[in-house]
Design a protein around this ligand. Structure first.
Ligand SMILES: [Zn+2]
Length: 127
C-alpha cells in the first residue's frame, strides 16, 4: 500500500486544565497563553491548528520579503487593536494610582489591582 494517506489530524490529548507552572508559554501566533504540558517531547508553539497555519503562511511571506524569520509582522488593524488595549490598561493602572492618592482603603486598592491583573491577562494576546 503506497497511497499517500494524509494524516492531517494529530491526536488532541491536551487536558483542559493543568496546574499553573512558573513559566507561562504563549502561542507563537496570537499570543494567548498556552496550557501547561505534562507530556515529554517538543512543546507546542501554537494554541491551535489555525494559528500554526497562519504562522507558517506569514513566515513564508516574510521570508519572501527578506525579513528575519522571527520578525513579528502585525497588520495596521492588529497594531491599532493592540495599542487600544494597552491604552485601556494604562487608564486602569492610572485609576489605581488615583485611588491610592485619594486615600482609598487597602481592600479597595487590592480589588482594583486584582481587576487590573485580570484585564492585563486578557490582553496578553497579540492579535
Ligand atoms: Zn494561537
Amino acid at each position: 500500500m503506497n497511497a499517500a494517506t494524509p494524516t492531517s489530524t494529530e491526536p488532541s490529548t491536551e487536558p483542559a486544565y493543568l496546574p499553573r507552572r512558573a513559566e507561562a508559554r504563549h502561542c507563537g501566533w496570537c499570543g494567548r497563553r498556552l496550557p501547561d504540558e505534562d507530556r515529554v517531547g517538543r512543546p507546542r508553539r501554537y494554541c491551535a491548528q489555525p494559528c500554526r497555519q497562519r504562522a507558517y503562511e506569514r513566515r513564508t511571506a516574510v521570508q519572501r520579503g527578506g525579513l528575519p524569520e522571527d520578525a513579528v509582522v502585525l497588520s495596521g488593524n492588529e497594531l491599532s487593536d493592540l495599542q487600544d488595549r494597552l491604552f485601556q490598561l494604562r487608564c486602569a493602572a492610572e485609576d489605581v494610582a488615583t485611588a491610592a492618592e485619594d486615600g482609598a482603603e487597602a481592600g479597595e486598592l487590592r480589588a482594583m489591582a486584582a481587576e487590573l491583573a485580570r484585564a492585563a491577562q486578557s490582553m496578553e494576546r497579540l492579535r
